[in-house]
Design a protein around this ligand. Structure first.
Ligand SMILES: NC(=O)C1=CN([C@@H]2O[C@H](COP(=O)(O)OP(=O)(O)OC[C@H]3O[C@@H](n4cnc5c(N)ncnc54)[C@H](OP(=O)(O)O)[C@@H]3O)[C@@H](O)[C@H]2O)[C@@H](O)CC1
Ligand SMILES: [K+]
Length: 269
């Protein structure tokens, strides 16, 4: 599976909307619905009385969070919503703010110096930033990320806020620590780097139906190779096949003390 960069994901987003003849808020709705279904399966099926706190930013990641809050509310779940106070919001974020207002769901606005008052035992949904983060979070964000990190159960939408999708984030920068990351369509590179280990325990990739052709056309040298990919790549073995049937491998490797890779390759061949 190819892993597109944040920039490429934005273009895939546009192509999907165009090819499928949908509006951008429909795609956001799909993304939020996918997280909602995952939460239903992973949390609510075991503990239906769980309450949620959604902390939303001003972009589309925040929009996903607001749409998710609406879905939780409409299924009778207690949900508290915080929205970052800013002069401008993305169009689909505003659309979802309006939807919440129509349902009478209260949104509390917060500033970076605020002490948020929410139930630390609720599941905290971190929807502050996704792949739109342009640079690491400044020190001003530490207060908010630390408050989020005091919660036992943090779910991040798409990425732990503060992690940059395509690369390393310095340990000294504020970052949310998530127990679970529900990421859309493809795992972002940051989720696969050892440097991110402190920012998340595990992630799940949720299919939101981005245009497959657009993903395939992306030029990248970053791939995510899964067991199911390997199963597809392996040719079917017939009864009388032998070591000569499927070609030969020449393995060049293993200097003194560094024999591991050569051994593993030989064994798997
Ligand atoms: N195709 C998909 O997969 C789909 C993706 N979807 C979702 O969209 C998400 C991406 O949304 P996005 O592009 O709006 O960016 P997002 O992460 O919300 O951040 C933007 C905000 O952050 C701000 N900002 C940036 N850097 C900052 C900094 N260092 N410090 C402070 N602020 C900073 C920036 O502010 P500005 O620079 O504009 O002032 C802006 O307000 C993606 O992760 C997924 O959740 C789904 O909805 C649908 C399908
Ligand atoms: K997030």
């Amino acid at each position: 599976m190819k892993i597109p960069s944040a920039q490429q994901l934005k273009s895939i987003d546009k192509q999907t909307i165009l090819k499928q003849g949908i509006a951008s808020f429909d795609l956001m709705e799909r993304a939020a619905r996918a997280v909602f279904e995952a939460i239903r399966e992973d949390i609510l099926s075991k503990a239906p009385a769980t309450s949620f706190t959604v902390i939303a930013g001003s972009g589309n990641n925040g929009g996903d969070g607001l749409a998710l809050a609406r879905m939780l509310f409409l299924s009778g779940i207690t949900v508290q919503v915080y929205l970052y106070k800013k002069e401008t919001y993305s169009a689909d974020n505003l659309y979802n703010q309006q939807k919440l207002a129509e349902l009478g769901i209260k949104m509390e606005y917060f500033d970076l110096s605020d002490q948020l008052s929410f139930d630390r035992n609720s599941v905290l949904v971190d929807a502050l930033f996704g792949f739109g983060l342009t640079h690491a979070l400044s020190e001003e964000w530490r207060g908010i990320t630390e408050q989020i990190n005091t919660c036992k159960n943090v779910i991040s939408v798409d990425l732990p806020s503060g992690l940059r999708a395509d690369g390393k984030t310095e340990k000294r920068n504020p970052v949310v620590r998530a127990q679970m990351v529900y990421t859309f369509q493809v795992p972002k590179v940051a989720l696969l780097l050892p440097q991110s280990a402190d920012s998340m325990e595990q992630f799940q990739v949720l299919d939101i139906g981005l245009d497959e052709e657009a993903v395939q056309e992306v030029e990248t040298d970053v791939y995510y190779y899964t067991l199911s990919d390997a199963k597809k790549d392996l040719k079917k073995r017939r009864k009388f096949d032998h070591k000569g049937t499927y070609g030969h491998a020449l393995i060049v490797g293993g200097s003194f003390g560094k024999i591991g890779a050569a051994m593993m390759s030989t064994k798997s061949a």
